[in-house]
Design a protein around this ligand. Structure first.
Ligand code: DX5
Ligand code: ZN
Length: 219
C-alpha cells in the first residue's frame, strides 16, 4: 500500500497561496497539512483562522490542521468552521485529552493527537481507540526545514504494536524532516501518512516530488 501524502503549506509561497493550493489540487497529495503556531506552545508564529479559510476556499483536498497552540479546545470550533477535516491537538497541550478528542469528533472532524519527540507513545495507551490519527513529530515542532530525528523509526514500530494490540484503526502520520531518503524506512516501520514541507516545496517540480513520495512501497 502506498502512503498518504500531506504536503505542509507552511513551506509554500504565502504571497501566491492560491496557486500553491491549486498546484496541490493537481497533484497526488491526499491531504493539505496546515501548521498553526501560536508563539507560545512553539517558539514561532505561522498563521491562523483567516488564512485557513483562504486555503479552504481553493482546496480540493481535505485540510489536515495541526494545532501547535496552547488551550486548543478554545479554537476547535473556529478551525472546524474554517474548513479543517482533520484536527490534531498536542498531547502536551491537553490536560483533558479524552475530552478534547470527543469535542473534535462532535464537530464532525477526524480527531488527531500530535506528540513531541520526547513524549512516550505509552501516554496514548488509554485513548488510542479514540484517536483517528497520531501525528508523530520527527522534529521539535515550530519550524519547517529541520533535521529528522532518527529515534522516530523505533517509535513508529512501538506505536503500531500498541494500535494493533488494542484493535484500533488509528493512522500514524510522521511530521518533520521527511524526504525521499527516509520515507521508505518510515513506511516500512508502519507510517501511514507522510507530511513533507520543504522537501516538496523547495524541489524544482513539487508535483513530481509528491508522486515520488506516493510511489513508495514497504521495503
Ligand atoms: C513543524 C511542522 C511541520 C513542518 C514540516 O513544526 O509541524 O509540519 O511544516 O516541514 P518539513 O517537512 O520542512 O520538516
Ligand atoms: Zn505539522
Amino acid at each position: 500500500m502506498s502512503p498518504l501524502i500531506a504536503p505542509s503549506i507552511l513551506a509554500a509561497d504565502f504571497a501566491n497561496l492560491q496557486s500553491e493550493v491549486e498546484m496541490l489540487n493537481t497533484s497526488q497529495a491526499d491531504f493539505i497539512h496546515v501548521d498553526i503556531m501560536d508563539g507560545v506552545f512553539v517558539p514561532n508564529i505561522s498563521f491562523g483562522i483567516p488564512v485557513t479559510q483562504a486555503i479552504k476556499k481553493h482546496a480540493k483536498k481535505p485540510l489536515d490542521v495541526h494545532l501547535m497552540i496552547v488551550e486548543p479546545d478554545r479554537y476547535l470550533e473556529a478551525f472546524r468552521d474554517a474548513g479543517a477535516d482533520i484536527i490534531s491537538v498536542h498531547y502536551e497541550a491537553c490536560p483533558h485529552l479524552h475530552r478534547s478528542l470527543q469535542a473534535i469528533k462532535a464537530l464532525g472532524a477526524k480527531a488527531g493527537v500530535a506528540i513531541n519527540p520526547h513524549t512516550p507513545i505509552e501516554h496514548l495507551k488509554e485513548v488510542i481507540q479514540d484517536i483517528g490519527l497520531v501525528c508523530m513529530m520527527s522534529v521539535n515542532p515550530g519550524f519547517g526545514g529541520q533535521k529528522f530525528i532518527e529515534n522516530t523509526y523505533d517509535k513508529i514500530s512501538r506505536l503500531k504494536d500498541l494500535i494493533l494490540s488494542k484493535g484500533a484503526t488509528t493512522k500514524i502520520e510522521i511530521d518533520g524532516g521527511v524526504n525521499i531518503q527516509n520515507a521508505p524506512k518510515l513506511v516500512t516501520a508502519g507510517a501511514d501518512v507522510l507530511v513533507a514541507g520543504s522537501f516538496v516545496f523547495n524541489s524544482p517540480d513539487p508535483v513530481a516530488t509528491i508522486s515520488e513520495l506516493k510511489s513508495i512501497r514497504m521495503v
